[in-house]
Structures are given as C-alpha cells and as structure tokens.
Ligand binder design. Structure first.
Ligand SMILES: C[S@@+](CC[C@H](N)C(=O)[O-])C[C@H]1O[C@@H](n2cnc3c(N)ncnc32)[C@H](O)[C@@H]1O
Length: 382
C-alpha cells in the first residue's frame, strides 16, 4: 500500500523517466491528492516553467501501480508544444513585453475622457490620489457619496484598459470625516478605502498590499477630532486622531506570475539596472511627513512617490497619474528615469505644473509634451 504523497511522487517520477524521458526536463509534478471515490492517487503533471500549466495527470493505484489510463503520448505532445514555443526565436521575441512608445506628457482634461483615448499598454504603473470626497462641502462636485464612488469606478475601469498586464496600481485613499451639520447630529467617518477595494476587485485588480503611511503625530490635530474626549474622558466618546493614510497596492489580474513580468521584459539590462539595492522598507508601515506645495493644497510627499516607483516599476516604464495635481509623480519619475503621463482637469494646477516640469525638463534634457484636451469636465480643487 502506498500511503504518503512523497511515495506517490517517487513512483510518478520514475514512471516519467521511463515513459517520457525525452521531455522529462520540461515537466514537473504538482501536489498528489488521493481520490477516495476511485481509490487512486492523482498526480498533476505540469510544465516546469513559471506558468505551471497543467498538461496531464498520472493515476497511481493504492498498490503503487501506474494505472493504464495515464496517457504518456498526450503529455508528451503537450510538453513538446511548449518546447517548440520556447525554442522558436521569433515566437520568443514576440512574447517579450514592449510598452507603447509614449513620450512624457501632461494633459489638461477630464481623466475619464482622456483615459478613453489612450492605447493599451500605455502605463506600466499607476500612482494616484483621487480628489477627496467632500473636501469642501459647499463646492463638492459630487451630489452624494454614491456618485463619488461611481466616478472612481469609471476612472478605475478605464485605467485597467491602459495598464499593462500584471502591472501595479497604487492608490492613496483614506477615510474622510463628514462634519456634523448641527449640535444635534454627529460627525461621520466614511471608510472610503474599503469601498474602493470593492471597486478595484470587481474591476479586475488583485489586492497585493496595504501600505500604511504614518504622518508625524500632530499632523491631524487641526481637525479637532478627539478634543471632546480629551476634555470629558467619557467611554464611548473615544475618537483617535488619525495620523495614517492608506496606499492600497493592486496588480492588474493575470494568470501570469510576477516572474513573467520580469522575464518577458524587452530589455534585460534595464531590469538589472532597476534592482532595488541597499536599504528598503521591510514592513508596510512607512513613516513619511506630509507633502507641501505652494500652489496645491493636497500633494504627495516626494518620498512616498519615490518609494512606490522604486518598488513597483522598471527604469523607462511609464507612470500614470490621472489626478496629477502639482505633478509630484512627474517630477519624481524624471528623477528616477521613468516616463510619465499626468492628467488634471483644473487649469489652476495644470499651468504651474507645466511651468515647473518644463524647467526641470530643460535641466535634464528630456522631452515633455503638453496637451489641452477638449474634455475638461468640472474642476475640483482638492
Ligand atoms: C488629491 S489631488 C492630487 C495631488 C497630487 N497627488 C500631487 O501630488 O500633487 C487630486 C487632483 O485631482 C484633480 N481632479 C479632480 N477631478 C478630476 C478629473 N475629473 N479629471 C482629472 N483630474 C481631476 C484635482 O484638480 C486635483 O488636483
């Protein structure tokens, strides 16, 4: 009687050496499982490349015999198909990943409309912080929270179309406080990241990580949250001052492993040069002071963008920010030898961004194109 997966693997391996000697280097074994219904062990036979694609199955009886229904010819044919594919130089070249050759660009326009006009494989990384819900209740462009989520869904779905397969989408979102409207009502905290997660998952993105961006204590005190508790010290009234924001990290869904993105890159030298050497963030808690900009009220700190670009892109990749604001993503991308595509619908931010990036482009001797789209939508200040 065979009663361990290890024994079953040994039997199967021996059978492969006898019956599939010519392709044995291209196949490997999956996890053996016992099938109680037929009293056999089933051993998946997979391609020994990163796809681990299933090409057959060995059936081992409880006495250690390989059953007749295990078909070596079929497994051989499938394995050979794979061998031919990897050895055909043209096919191999075709399979390499080439991004769309898009120059650095800054567009004044509505993200939703502009994204619709971009070709597939435009972006290899997205870093963005969407406009805040209810930042200024008196001038909020969204009728209600649901409309805000619908807007985000629209943009996220379009980003999916322009982001390359298996590449990353990082989004900075945090719960927002909706202040009370009178003494008899209470303020509310809306857990935006959790609703955004639902949208990302249903739009075809796989959740990878939640980076907790911690700001120095004191950064949130001006909102007045927690003052009541600090004075009265009554249970149930406890409300901590929030000093964190989320950066949610997603990958565009694919059956391929991250290893595939690395191996299929069109230039192995760039891959090597992009390696993350030296110190790096070992945990998901990043302590970074908030960013400041003289012409924009809510900007990314350069350090945050620097880390995201470093961890989630290769040199020469294009980084997209559909809500570019002051253009932090563009400035840091230049610094890190990545291309960028920035969109913002507010002329108040577009023009200073253009001015700043043009100066930087001259000193770095790089080209940046600027475009005013027909679609401006409604400008939102946050
Ligand atoms: C939170 S800010 C982003 C700031 C940016 N991360 C930075 O570092 O400067 C959001 C930006 O989205 C822009 N925005 C709002 N609605 C937009 C839309 N429909 N299309 C494009 N940009 C939009 C706003 O003008 C604002 O500058």
């Amino acid at each position: 009687m065979v009663n361990s997966a290890k024994e079953v693997r040994k039997i199967t391996q021996k059978w492969i050496e006898q019956h599939l000697a010519d392709v044995k280097d291209f196949v490997s074994l999956g996890l053996p499982e016992i099938d109680d219904r037929y009293n056999v062990w089933r051993v998946p036979i997979v391609l020994s490349n990163a796809t681990s694609h299933l090409i057959g199955e060995a059936k081992i009886g409880l006495l250690g015999n390989v059953m007749d229904s295990t078909r070596p010819e079929l497994i051989r044919t499938r394995a050979k198909r794979f061998i031919n594919e990897v050895s055909a130089p043209d096919r191999k070249r075709q399979e390499l990943f080439y991004p769309a050759p898009i120059p650095n660009k800054v567009i004044l326009g509505d993200a939703m409309k502009v994204l619709e006009e971009l070709p597939p494989d435009t972006a290899q990384l997205v870093i963005t912080s969407p406009p805040y819900y209810n930042a200024k209740p008196e001038s909020c462009e969204f009728i209600d929270y649901q409309e805000y989520l619908n807007f985000l869904r629209g943009v996220i779905i379009r980003i999916r179309e322009v982001l390359s397969e298996g590449r990353f989408f990082t989004i900075n979102v945090s719960p927002v406080l909706v202040r009370r409207t009178s003494r008899s009502t209470s303020s509310k905290r809306i857990p935006i990241p959790f609703d955004v997660h639902q949208i990302m998952a249903s739009a075809g993105f796989e959740f990878i990580d939640d980076i907790i961006w911690v700001k120095p204590e004191g950064a949130g005190w001006n909102l007045g949250r927690g003052r009541r508790f600090a004075a009265d010290r009554q249970p149930l009234q406890y409300k901590p001052v929030s000093v964190t924001e989320y950066v949610l990290v997603y990958r565009k869904k694919t059956t391929k492993l991250i290893d595939w993105n690395i191996r299929k890159h069109y230039d192995s030298k760039l891959v090597e040069q992009s390696r993350i050497l030296g110190d790096y963030d070992v945990t998901n808690v990043w302590h970074i002071p908030p960013g400041h900009h003289k012409r924009h009220p809510a900007v990314f700190p350069d350090e945050l963008v620097h880390k995201l670009i470093r961890y989630y892109s290769f040199i020469d990749d294009l980084v997209l920010d559909p809500f570019a604001g002051s253009g932090t993503v563009g400035r840091v991308a230049i610094d890190m030898n990545r291309r960028f595509l920035l969109i913002d619908n507010n002329p108040k931010y577009f023009h200073p961004m253009k001015e700043e990036l043009s100066k930087l482009a001259i000193t770095r001797n790089i080209r940046v194109d600027y475009e005013v789209s027909d679609h401006l939508g409604e400008a939102n200040d946050s």
